[in-house]
Design a protein around this ligand. Structure first.
Ligand SMILES: Nc1ncnc2c1ncn2[C@@H]1O[C@H](COP(=O)(O)OP(=O)(O)OP(=O)(O)O)[C@@H](O)[C@H]1O
Length: 219
């Protein structure tokens, strides 16, 4: 399958607010897609319509050929890190990942290994409410790595990270591509997206106003 995700003339209206205004886009397998644009331009709502968390007002979203909210409720083979779909404050990082495994009937992911991969110590006894913003961000990314999904959606994964943390996320995203994943990542940071993305969608006021295709992919 060449296009793993397709949005066809998608609009989303919240009361009087047109959050998405006729978005059409295609996502090919095993590439990294950057979503750039100012606050409120529609990046997160686009991700949520792909995931099936938000129902489009008009238009269709297909993931792996399935129409979201029609053929399936949620996007198949898709993991996400979106800060508002949170983790449990009263649990440790490891406990949070173990709970997600139970919820997802996932018996094969190695939570400890995944925590180490994102630079967190699985034996850290701190509860999430005691985590720094950067540690939270890393745990959220770890949650998206559970289940070995084909498509990974990362909403502002470098928020609250220092320069070292940002480089770390960039390297991780490039590794995910090497492993055959398709990654959708949003950021305000032009430099960061230029570093990782093969293709960039630039959003403004609910529209895609520009698309940038990188020649060779990796920087
Ligand atoms: N559940 C909702 N109810 C009402 N309005 C919403 C809802 N979700 C999003 N919006 C509005 O839709 C618009 C697009 O929001 P979206 O979260 O996609 O922006 P964004 O590009 O991801 O920005 P940010 O970088 O701030 O996350 C905004 O005006 C936002 O206020």
């Amino acid at each position: 399958m060449s296009n793993i995700i397709e949005l066809d003339h998608v609009t989303k209206k919240f009361k009087n607010k047109l959050a998405l205004n006729d978005i059409s886009l295609t996502i090919a397998e095993n590439k990294i897609y950057g979503f750039r644009g100012p606050n409120g331009s529609g990046k997160s709502v686009t991700f949520k319509t792909i995931l099936g968390f938000v129902r489009p007002t008009t238009g269709t979203v297909k993931v792996e050929g399935k129409i979201i909210r029609k053929d399936v409720i949620f996007a198949p083979d898709t993991a996400f890190a979106i800060s508002e779909y949170g983790l449990l404050e009263d649990k440790t990082g490891l406990e949070n990942l173990e709970l997600l495994k139970v919820l997802n009937e996932d018996q094969s992911s190695d939570s400890k290994k995944i925590m180490q991969r994102v630079g967190l110590n699985p034996n850290n006894p701190l509860k999430l409410k005691e985590y720094s913003l950067g540690m939270r961000q890393r745990l959220l990314i770890a949650a998206a790595l559970l289940g070995d999904n084909k498509i990974i959606i990362l909403d502002e994964p470098t928020n609250a990270l220092d320069e070292e943390g940002q480089d770390f996320v960039a390297k991780l995203i490039l590794e995910l591509k090497q492993e055959g994943k398709t990654v959708l990542v949003s950021s305000h940071d032009k430099e960061f997206l230029d570093q990782v993305a093969d293709h960039i969608f630039v959003f403004s006021e609910g529209r895609i106003v520009k698309e940038i295709e990188k020649q060779s992919g990796l920087a």
